[in-house]
Design a protein around this ligand. Structure first.
Ligand SMILES: N=C(N)NCCCC(=O)O
Ligand SMILES: [Zn+2]
Ligand SMILES: [Zn+2]
Length: 328
């Protein structure tokens, strides 16, 4: 598309004219999808689903908590020197209505909805929901791009086999994804891993699937820049999916989550690692496991809203750069 045909993106509500706390919350006060003619470059999508959790429920309310906490985001991101909502159209596409009483049906619904969104040419910035939802999202992404590189920020491996005989849970999405061949096993990384496991075999199994691990202690010892450099080298120019379980952060930085583990990353470390990945080919991403009932003063929801902001900034920069490359 030539630049003459590219419409100017419609940005957030102007907070110097309409107080930021007024009106219903969309992500970052961006327009709804229907307000931009049903077409967008990046679709922010909620998935209010938490039937897959093994401990505290409540992540079904995460997406809306992140939207509420995102009212204070501003349009220019100095850390990536970009105005993400001016470089590309970013819009709030509302929620996917997933059946809370039938996990298998919910997984199908989420995949079909993602097919529609990705089929329209948009990249997805999904707000969970529990981590179960990463599987149908990855299935849909792989239909479009083939097996993708995965960067998984989490206290947990989420490569366990089954819980109570159930295949689709928040502790199992990435084992299913590897089994289904939808991940590029040359470029799989967990970041922020820590805490007790069921046995050493968990790590052996995970390694066999192809995952490399950067623990939260590694991040602390080596620092965000070095970790980002190493991840960037592993990912190269492969299509990349980033899945961020907010429990990758220490409970001090993210108390509002279902399976908290001590000794996690700071929100500063997470944001800095993401900024270090700004040149990666990020095709879609999710931020999951925000459970507002356990949150205090929106600590977790604010961290999640800023996390999604860095991710949408990476996507918008790339959309703008590839547009420029095709019109040059
Ligand atoms: N994906 C998250 N947040 N947690 C997985 C924990 C699974 C377990 O209870 O062993
Ligand atoms: Zn987790
Ligand atoms: Zn997880």
């Amino acid at each position: 598309m030539s630049s003459a045909e590219t419409p100017t993106p419609r940005g957030p509500v102007d907070s110097s004219r309409v107080p930021r706390y007024a009106g219903p919350a969309t992500y970052a006060r961006l327009p709804r999808l229907d307000e931009v003619g049903g077409k967008t470059d990046v679709a922010v999508v909620g998935v209010p689903f938490d039937t897959g959790v093994s401990y505290r429920p409540g992540a079904r309310f995460g997406g809306n908590a992140i939207r509420e906490a995102s009212r204070l985001l501003r349009p220019y991101n100095p850390a990536q020197d970009a105005s993400p909502f001016a470089l590309a159209q970013v819009a709030d596409a509302g929620d996917i209505a997933a059946n809370p009483f039938n996990i298998n049906e919910a997984v199908e619904t989420i995949e079909a909805a993602a097919d529609d969104i990705l089929g329209s040419g948009a990249r997805m910035m999904t707000l969970g929901g529990d981590h179960t939802i990463a599987l149908p999202l990855l299935r849909s992404v792989a239909k479009k791009h083939g097996p993708v590189a995965l960067l998984h920020f989490d206290a947990h491996l989420d490569t366990w086999d089954t819980y109570f005989g159930a295949e689709y849970t928040h502790g199992t999405p990435f084992r299913r994804a590897v089994e289904e061949g939808i991940l590029d096993t040359e470029a799989l990384s967990h970041v922020g891993t820590r805490g007790p496991l069921y046995g050493k075999q968990d790590l052996t199994d995970d390694e066999k699937m192809g995952f490399g691990i950067v623990t939260s202690a590694d991040v602390y010892r080596r620092g965000a820049d070095e970790v980002a450099d190493q991840l960037r080298q592993r990912i190269g120019d492969r299509p990349l999916y980033i899945s961020i379980d907010i429990d990758c952060l220490d409970p001090a930085h993210a108390p509002g989550t279902g399976t908290p583990e001590a000794g996690g990353m700071t929100s500063r470390e997470l944001l800095e690692i993401l900024r270090g990945l700004s040149s990666c080919n990020l095709v879609s991403a999710d931020v999951v496991e925000v459970a507002p009932a356990y949150d205090h003063a929106e600590i977790t929801a604010v961290a999640a809203s800023h996390t999604a902001y860095e991710l949408t900034t990476i996507m918008s920069r790339q959309i703008a750069a590839s547009r420029e490359a095709t019109t040059a």
